[in-house]
Structures are given as C-alpha cells and as structure tokens.
Write a protein of this length. Structure first.
Length: 94
C-alpha cells in the first residue's frame, strides 16, 4: 500500500494463540512477529495468523482504544489482547 493511502493509519496483522484461548497479538504487518519479545512468544505459543487490517484513528475497535493500540504497536512493535473475559453470546468484530 502506498504511504499516501496509509497516512495516519497503520497496516497490522492479527495473530491468535493456539496455547491460550482468547489471546491475540496485533503487530505491524511489515515487521510481523520479529519485535515480540521471546518471553512473550514463549507464553503465547504458536501464533496463527487471523487477518490483516488497517487501523485508523477514525474507526474505533470493538474492545480496545484504536489510538492506544496503534501507539503501542509503533512504540514496542506489538499489542497483546485478551478476549478471555468475553461472554459466550458476545462476538468479536474486526
């Protein structure tokens, strides 16, 4: 994607843990999992790619503050999310 299209936005990949149900990692799509610390990856287990998406400050996420997510990805390379608190009737929206 061109820089002009992504200005102020972030192209990310989302991975889910096969070891811990409800655990996800949001990462910069270009960098992938390279910046996730080994200790976190050890706890996370095998990361299964779920989807790619463009984070945009003007489009909120269902369960997290989009600007906080974007900031953490830019700052540390990843943003961990736990959806273990969701009730059975709730669904995730990406």
């Amino acid at each position: 994607m061109s820089e002009g299209v992504l200005k102020g936005k972030l192209f990310c990949s989302i991975y889910k843990s096969r070891r811990k149900s409800g655990m996800y990692l949001y990462v910069d799509r270009q960098k992938g999992l390279k910046e996730v610390p080994e200790i976190l990856m050890g706890q996370f287990g095998h990361a299964e790619h779920v989807t790619d998406m463009i984070l945009n400050p003007e489009r909120p996420l269902a369960r997290a503050d989009v600007e906080q997510v974007m900031g953490k990805i830019r700052e540390q390379g990843f943003y961990p999310v736990s959806y273990t608190h969701l009730r059975a009737h709730e669904t995730l929206r990406y």
